[in-house]
Design a protein around this ligand. Structure first.
Ligand SMILES: NC(=O)c1ccc[n+]([C@@H]2O[C@H](COP(=O)([O-])OP(=O)(O)OC[C@H]3O[C@@H](n4cnc5c(N)ncnc54)[C@H](OP(=O)(O)O)[C@@H]3O)[C@@H](O)[C@H]2O)c1
Length: 311
């Protein structure tokens, strides 16, 4: 199939274009920079140097690619996440609202039949069961910057799922680890762990779901090829509380054991958003993606995956 990947130069985009090509697809990868376009071409794809906020150029690029499937992997987060910054998500929100609209319009104009979009598996409402399925409600009461991020996320998901004349699939990825992510050996989270700046907060009860970027890319190839329209959690097999995975990450990164801090102190240092994650976050079940996409993660757990990816 002819597949157009927006976000081809990103952490998931890079393995994704290689895996799509290996599966026999004809791939066009989008980036804003000529330097990243060179990498896209080196991987064996065609490159489109386009900004998602230039709708006319985007329409031409998707049409020129003859796209049958469009994949949305855009984001604009900084190299280090500072949850105290009110504008942390602003640029990503624009990619999710206006960017998604532009991509959907371009996909439809090109006659594409399927649209596969990223989303996140760490936005479930923090109540009830610790591990969530796709039909459970998302967070809808968050204040400030995170509240605006949730509004943009909901808008993105509903425009993809409700799009006329095109099959919409939403992949709610877990936290990425592996090359190019915050959890890579040169990533900011691992740097924090090495400096013992990633403590276990309170009881460390927030449940995280991770996914290696290579596994996320495999699931995305599967979603390009098959599966009914709808939402799929793309996470590994072991959602786990922070109290369990932070020490394993520290060990894998060659760091000392993580410190423990009370919730009130962490709130002062890292902000309310970080504390909500640390204490309240819910994990996500990958059963539906396994069953309906015929996919399973090659790295079934962060427990061995962190060490493998940081070797
Ligand atoms: N990181 C995580 O833990 C995580 C977890 C769940 C879901 N996700 C989602 O998965 C998706 C992929 O994440 P990632 O980590 O691979 O992102 P990434 O490494 O930051 O890559 C972002 C990509 O978006 C492109 N981009 C940004 N703004 C653009 C614009 N205005 N026009 C065109 N392209 C633009 C960048 O291209 P150029 O810079 O080359 O132009 C790059 O290819 C994102 O939507 C993210 O929110 C991430």
């Amino acid at each position: 199939m002819r597949v157009f990947v927006a976000g081809a130069s990103g952490a998931i985009g890079r393995p994704l274009i290689s895996k799509l090509i290996a599966a026999g697809h004809e791939v066009t990868g989008m980036t804003r920079s000529e330097a990243n376009a060179q990498d896209v071409r080196r991987a064996g794809a065609s490159a489109a140097v386009v900004d998602v906020f230039d709708p006319e150029a985007l329409r031409v690029a998707v049409e020129d690619a003859g796209a049958e499937v469009v994949v949305h992997e855009l984001t604009a987060l900084p190299e280090r996440l500072d949850f105290r910054r009110e504008d942390l998500y602003a640029a990503t929100n624009r990619c999710r609202s206006e960017g998604t609209r532009n991509l959907l319009d371009a996909a439809r104009a090109a006659g594409a039949r399927r649209f596969v979009s990223q989303s996140i598996a760490f936005a479930y409402r923090p109540e009830g069961t610790r591990v969530k399925t796709e039909d459970e409600p998302l967070l809808d009461t968050a204040a400030g910057g995170f509240g605006r991020a949730m509004a943009a996320l909901r808008e993105m998901e509903s425009s993809v799922l409700g799009a006329d004349g095109i099959e919409g699939l939403v992949l709610r990825y877990g936290f990425f680890y592996g090359p190019g992510t915050y959890y890579a050996s040169d990533g900011s989270t691992v740097a924090d762990v090495r400096r013992r700046r990633m403590p276990i907060v309170g009881k460390g009860s927030g449940v995280f779901s991770f996914i290696h970027v290579d596994d996320a890319a495999d699931a995305t190839v599967a979603a390009v090829e098959r599966g009914a329209p709808g939402i799929y959690n793309v996470t590994d097999d072991e959602p786990a509380p922070m109290s369990e995975w932070v020490p394993v990450l520290a060990h894998a990164a060659g760091a000392k054991r993580p410190l423990r801090v009370p919730a009130w102190a962490a709130r002062l240092i890292a902000g309310k958003g970080a504390i909500t994650f640390a204490l309240e976050l819910r994990g996500a079940s990958n059963e539906k993606a396994k069953r309906e996409l015929g996919w399973k993660p090659a790295h079934p757990s962060w427990r061995t995956g962190f060490a493998e990816s940081l070797r």
